[in-house]
Design a protein around this ligand. Sequence first.
Ligand code: FES
Length: 153
Amino acid sequence: METFARDLREKIQSELTRYETPRSAILPILHLIQDHCEWIQPMHVEGLEREFGLSRVHVQEVATFYSMYRLEPCKPFRILFCDNLVCAMMGAEGVMDKIRSHMASFPTDKCPFSLQGVPCLGVCDGAPAMLVNKERHLRVNRDNVDAILASYK
Ligand code: FES
């Protein structure tokens, strides 16, 4: 049984022909899969190895290295919180703990948020910084984070 729908298979195949080595095509192929399937599942990684000869280890390395790839089902609001040096010094971990507590207040499977620590978001002067989907929030702290999260319903 094939892992990928026909149109996605064709796009993956086309992407593979654009690069000198198949390994070089992993980034765009993962984007294709994510665009089609919303998140990259273990079966996709296995399918890339079985059907296209891409090493499962290489694909997994790339998929887990970059925060732009989703490795779990999407929630309506994806929080990317910078945990790099400047934000860490400005209290990022404490704010993330508060976000985790907020998320834990929802019944299982009802939480509309996912949280992921990411490298520098490029707005260090506004540390600690986070993105909720594509919306940027600066100077997030333990006092204002609840109001920010409450604005997402
Ligand atoms: S270190 Fe957090 S935005 Fe740069």
